[in-house]
Structure formats: C-alpha cells, structure tokens
Design a protein around this ligand. Structure first.
Ligand SMILES: [Zn+2]
Length: 243
C-alpha cells in the first residue's frame, strides 16, 4: 500500500514591524551591530530577502488574483486612495493581480487568519487599529504597522515540498500621525507591509523600503524592493499547490 501524501500543514508566519526612523541619529536604520555603510552593503547584497522558503523556493502567492479589503474605521481621511495606490505599485512591480472586494468591518487582528486548511481563504485585511488588536499589543512605540501572513502547503520528510501564501492581515497603528504620502507616510508604510504580504522580509540596506526602519527620505519603491517583488510574482512561474 502506497503511503499517502505528507500531512498538509498550515503555518503562520509573522512579518515583524516597520519602525519609524529615529530622528537625528547617525545610527538611524542601523540598529544593533550596524554594519558597513549602505553603499558598501548594497553592492554585495541583492537588496531584497524572502520571508521563508519551502523546498528551496520562496513562498509566493498562487497565480490567481489576490483579494483584499479595508476596514476604514480609525483610518485617516484619504486612506483608501492611498492603499489603492500602494496596491497598484506592488502589483505592477510584482506582476501580481489584486482585486479589491470592498470595505469590511472585520478588525485587523490575527483572528482573520485561518488556522486550518481552507477551500477558500479570506481576503487580505488592511486596517488601522491600536493596542486593542493583538497584532499591535505590547509593541514598542516606534512600530508603525504589523503584517502577519498565512501560508499552506506540504513539507515532506526529505525537505522538499510546495506551499503558497494564502492570506494576510495588516494592522496600521492609528495612533501614529503620518502624512498620507511622501517619506515615512502611510503610503510608504503600506508599500512595506504589502511587500511582507507578498513574501518579502526585511533587508539590511537602509535605503530600501523593506528596511526594518522606514528610510527618512524615500517615498517610492527602491531597486532592491522592485527586484524582490519581481521574484515573488508570477514571472517566476505559478506555485504548485498540494492537491
Ligand atoms: Zn516590516
């Protein structure tokens, strides 16, 4: 009797927060053990990193449209237009298709994420909240937003397998007073969090939007961000989902 496929597993992946830049500090963006200057670092690093790999491949979304929704309670005025713009930018850079399904009253908490495999996954939920959401509770005051993603797939004993990202939740800290657009704005924070939602992790290069501290003078996706997004989109082929 042939042994069946390995157990399907569902794993949660926490993408850590993006931080507001520290003002007037030469260590801004460097953090503990800051390495060489950005120019030296970026020369030897691709400027992007993947949140996780399975079977040696970065986790990515299936090639179907990524459905997304917004909870506008607590959001700054104009937030939906900013999110639409941010989504359009990451969609273009990655080649992914995103489909807005309308507003939601679902709060951005980890309860959004299913903990067992589903036939249909809920849309990506974005919203502004505070420490009443478990995603922001207990976080340092510098935290601007948190993204958590769900992926599902199979990992076999030999380390092979296939998996795909299936949904995500993004909690923006509504107690932060940020401009809608420009450097360190809700738009750049959204671009960063959407990068997490698509499978990117933080990078050491403090000039990229995927740095863990928001670059103080960057308002658009940077070359490393774009290169990373291109590698988690369908140009790399469609992830094969376990049946
Ligand atoms: Zn982050």
């Amino acid at each position: 009797m042939r042994r069946g496929p390995a157990l399907a597993c569902l794993l949660l992946l926490v993408a850590v927060a993006v931080l507001i830049p520290r003002v007037s500090s030469s260590a801004a963006g460097g953090g503990p053990g800051a390495g060489p200057p950005a120019a030296a670092r970026s020369a030897s690093s691709p400027g992007y990193a993947f949140s996780s790999t399975v079977g040696g491949k970065p986790l990515r979304w299936p090639c179907e449209p990524v459905r997304w929704t917004v909870n506008l309670a607590g959001a700054p005025r104009g937030a939906l237009a900013v999110l639409r713009s941010a989504v359009a930018q990451v969609a273009a850079a990655s080649g992914t298709e995103w489909s807005y399904v309308g507003p939601t009253t679902t709060r951005p908490t980890s309860a959004v994420l299913p903990r067992t495999a589903q036939e249909v996954y809920p849309p990506v939920v974005l919203g502004w909240t505070d420490a009443s959401s478990d995603l922001l509770r207990g976080q340092p005051s510098e935290v601007l937003a948190i993204t958590r993603t769900t992926w599902a797939g199979v990992r076999r004993p030999d380390g092979s397998g296939n998996a795909a990202l299936r949904t995500a939740v993004v909690a923006f800290d509504r107690t932060e007073d940020l401009p809608l657009r420009g450097p360190v704005s809700w738009e750049t924070v959204a671009l960063h969090e959407l990068g997490h939602a698509l499978g990117l992790a933080h990078v050491d290069d403090p000039r990229q939007l995927m740095a863990d501290v928001m670059p103080a003078d960057v308002s658009v996706l940077q070359p490393g961000d774009r290169a990373g997004l291109a590698r988690v989109g369908p140009r790399a082929g469609c992830p094969r989902l376990p049946s």
